[in-house]
Design a protein around this ligand. Structure first.
Ligand code: GLP
Length: 241
């Protein structure tokens, strides 16, 4: 079972995970981070940015984003290329060429997953993978029904996920229908997993992921298979555990 840490606030979660990343980088300055998007990991990135301002050097750190929308313009403010650049690369002083995001452009999309897997392997694998969780139990964009062995590939977003992510767009109709995401198999290959969740809206998904049966219906339940998975939640997200 995953280790569960209940914290008093998002800020406390951010500090805790930033501390773990700082320790990792102290022993491995070119550590490979798996980077999640969405609101959830923002406290981690903010806490790390403060440490960088105080002198922490993350310029050697490499990164692989979990996922990207398919067919969105790279310079769209809500493409994960833009989000990772804005929320992670710049504030943390990472080297832009060392941070990778799946290529969701239609041209070459059929080989984009394989290319991403090759790049992760060439980097020596992901040392620490940050994860959020969707209200339907997805991690990355691995929607319910995803194989536990899946690698980076194109997935169709559920209506629930498109509704959840509509807040980043003008309307739900503007939310892309497809994504390219690291698979559950890709995620399980990371050396360490840290899943964060905050708020009552995530309580059901967290309980199903941590204590429910291993099932493709709850993709996040795959973390139970990982020997080093930590779940960091606030009281509300932990309320159904
Ligand atoms: C998005 C992302 C996931 C993220 C999840 C939760 O769809 N693809 O990686 O974990 O939704 O988002 P949030 O953290 O904003 O609740």
């Amino acid at each position: 079972m995953a280790e569960v840490i209940v914290v008093s606030s998002r800020q406390a979660a951010g500090a805790l995970v930033a501390e773990a990343i700082e320790r990792l980088v102290a022993t491995k300055p070119d550590a490979v981070l798996g980077l999640a998007t969405g609101d959830t990991p923002l406290p981690v990135y903010r806490a790390l940015a403060e440490r960088v301002q105080a002198g922490l050097d993350l310029s050697g750190v490499r990164g692989f984003a979990l996922d990207e929308y398919v067919g969105i313009a790279l310079d769209h403010p809500e493409s994960y290329h833009s989000v990772i650049d804005r929320e992670v690369v710049r504030p943390l002083g990472l080297t832009p060429s060392a941070v990778h995001v799946p290529d969701g452009r239609p041209l070459g999309i059929e080989t984009a997953g394989e290319r991403y897997e090759t790049a992760i392997v060439a980097a020596g694998g992901i040392d620490l993978q940050l994860l959020g969780i969707g209200t339907d139990g997805h991690i990355g964009f691995n929607e319910p029904g995803s194989s536990f062995a899946s690698l980076t590939r194109v997935k169709t977003l559920t209506r629930q996920t498109r509704d959840d992510n509509a807040r980043f767009f003008d309307s739900v109709d503007d939310v892309p229908v497809h994504s390219i995401t690291q698979g559950l198999g890709t995620i399980l290959r990371a050396k360490r997993l840290v899943l964060l969740a905050f708020g009552a809206g995530k309580a059901h998904a967290v309980a199903a992921a941590v204590e429910g049966p291993l099932t493709a219906s709850v993709p996040a339940s795959a973390i139970q298979l990982h020997p080093r998975a930590t779940v960091v939640v606030d009281e509300e997200a932990a309320s159904m555990l």
